[in-house]
Structures are given as C-alpha cells and as structure tokens.
Design a protein around this ligand. Structure first.
Ligand SMILES: *Cc1c(COP(=O)(O)O)cnc(C)c1O
Length: 311
C-alpha cells in the first residue's frame, strides 16, 4: 500500500479575503439583503443583533458606502456581562448608524416602532429578518452560499480538483443552508459538515432545515434532515467558549500559513474539523475548509491576550 495515499489534502476557501469591510460570510449575506432591498424598492435598512457582530459591521459599512439610512436594533441583554468594546463595535459606532437598544422582551415592539419612525420621515424601511417576529425573509440569505457553492464547483471544473468534504463554522445556519441548497440544486455529492460554534445539535439543525425547506417552497424532500450534518461535539459548551487546543491551533495556522483564525468561529471550527477527521477516520480525501471571516475577532483575541505570546 502506498502510504502517501492515506493523506488528506486540505484547501481553504478564503472568504475572509472578500474585498469589503474585512470580508467574511457576512459580506455575501449582506449583499443579498441589500440587493433584495433595492429590488423591492425600499430605501432604508433595519438590521438586528449586537454591534459586536460581523453581520452588523458589514451592514453598517455597506449602508454608509451606499448612502442608505441604517438602524441596528440591539437587544441589551446580549451584551450585559461584556460591556467592553470590540473592534466590530468600534467600527459599527464609528459609521454613525443608528443603534437602537432594547430589552430582549421588547424586540418586536422596538422593530415596529423603528419602522413607524422611519415611515414618518418619509422612508420605506426594509427589515432584514422579515416581519417583526423575525419571520418571512429566510430565503434571501440562503442565496449567498448557493452562489459560493457554485464558485466551488466552477473551481473544481477549472482545476480538476474534486472535494470530498466541506467544513465550516455553523452558527445561525444561513451559511450551511445555502451550501446544502447549492448541493441539492447542482445534484452534487460533497459532504457538508457544519461545526457548531454555539448551539446544540437539535436546536442548530432547526433553522437550517427551515431555510432549506422554505428555499424549495416546501415542494421537495422529506429527507432534508438526512442532508444536514451539524455537530455540536466541538462547541466547548457554547458561544464564545474555547479550550487550549483551539488556542494552539490558531497559533499554528498563523505561524505556518499566515492565516488568521479566531476563538469564536473559524479557529473553533478548524480545530473541530481536525478532531472530526481523526474520530471519523477520514483518509485519502480532499477537504475544503471555508474560512468564513471574522478577522476583527482575531485582533480582539490578540489584544485581550487570549492568544498566547507566541504569535
Ligand atoms: C456569522 C459567522 C459564522 C456563522 O454563519 P451562520 O450563517 O450564522 O451559520 C461563521 N463564521 C463567522 C466568522 C461568522 O461571522
């Protein structure tokens, strides 16, 4: 037996290098929201979530670049025990977009009020998550990673390299739902493994299934579930939790390859991938890791000394 044939070969799709606002999957996703907004004739965008999030960094930046008024509805509890700023929150605040704080109980109400306030000023606002309960716009972000999947297929055709696996950090499931739809649409065979960075498996699979089903208008597939590989085995107990092996992995990848990963998303997922490959005995395979971005978090991790001195 040729020993070398047992080696896996690793590739990284560098979505962290997408050329806008430090890149990442949220650039693709934000583009889908802005396109949808403009196609439907809206002229103002309302986003949701922490000003520390990668999504709100990109949305704030894009709204400035396009000169579109932007409101970010931020539930306060999210940031409660972590009052300190991060590079994302500094960027979001520096753009001057309107950050509307609210309590977690008051989200729907705050969204409604913000929409009315915009209307009173003669604006026609677009809320990225659909209605005030966050339903009705699940399909828009799915398009982002259908397109990315098709880029991967195009790369395979040009290079002659065929991937057996795709690994990536999975959070809300928008990215993974897009990849799964891309695979179904193109009748492809790759195994897509989402490494949960936060949620447990049951909770995390749910929005992925909903998004895939709503993309296909519930017309296909009783077997959507069987298409979803989402593992919580490497989530270290939840969002933002990490271990020493993740720290070491980030140091190694930075020092050998000059590629930055962070403790919350990509470093955790990269480490999870290496564990998964050993545990599942994956060999002789071509493995694609999608670097989903989050570069400002690497600098947070560095400056708060969560990474060791060896970087
Ligand atoms: C948001 C995010 C993810 C998770 O993407 P989802 O579509 O929410 O699953 C992964 N990596 C980075 C860097 C992110 O910002």
């Amino acid at each position: 037996m040729n020993y070398e044939q047992n080696f896996n070969q690793f590739y990284i799709k560098r979505d962290d290098l997408l050329p806008f606002s430090f890149g990442g999957n949220k650039v693709r996703i934000a583009e889908e929201y802005f396109n949808d907004m403009e196609n439907k004739g809206y002229d103002c965008i309302i986003s949701y979530g922490s000003s520390k999030s990668n999504l709100n960094r990109v949305i704030a930046n894009m709204s400035k670049a396009k000169n579109i008024p932007c409101f970010v509805i931020s539930p306060e509890e999210m940031d409660k025990d972590k009052e300190e700023q991060t590079f994302n929150s500094i960027i979001v605040e520096s753009t001057g977009v309107n950050i509307v704080k609210c309590s977690k109980k008051n989200i729907a109400n705050t969204i409604e009020k913000t929409i009315s306030a915009c209307c009173e000023e003669g604006l026609n606002p677009y809320y990225i998550n659909g209605d005030k309960y966050g339903n009705g716009n699940k399909v828009t972000p799915v398009n982002a990673y259908i397109k990315a999947y098709e880029e991967i297929l195009a790369y395979e055709r040009i290079s002659g390299i065929h991937f057996d696996y795709i690994f990536h950090a999975s959070g809300t499931g928008m990215t993974q739902a897009g990849l799964i739809c891309g695979k179904i649409i193109n009748n492809d065979m790759k195994e897509i493994i989402g490494i949960s960075i936060a949620r447990n498996s049951d909770l995390g699979r749910l929005p992925i299934r909903e998004s895939v089903e709503s993309y296909f208008n519930n017309t296909i597939l009783n077997n959507v579930d069987s298409q979803i590989s989402f593992t919580d085995k490497y989530n270290c107990g939840g969002y933002g939790r990490y271990n020493n092996q993740i720290i070491e992995m980030i140091e190694q990848i930075f020092n050998y390859d000059g590629i930055s990963l962070d403790l919350t998303y990509t470093g955790k997922a990269f480490w999870g991938m290496t564990q998964y490959i050993v545990e599942e005995n994956i060999m002789n395979s071509k493995i694609l890791f999608i670097h989903t971005g989050g570069t400002p978090l690497f600098f947070d991790d560095l400056s708060t000394k969560k990474l060791k001195e060896s970087i």
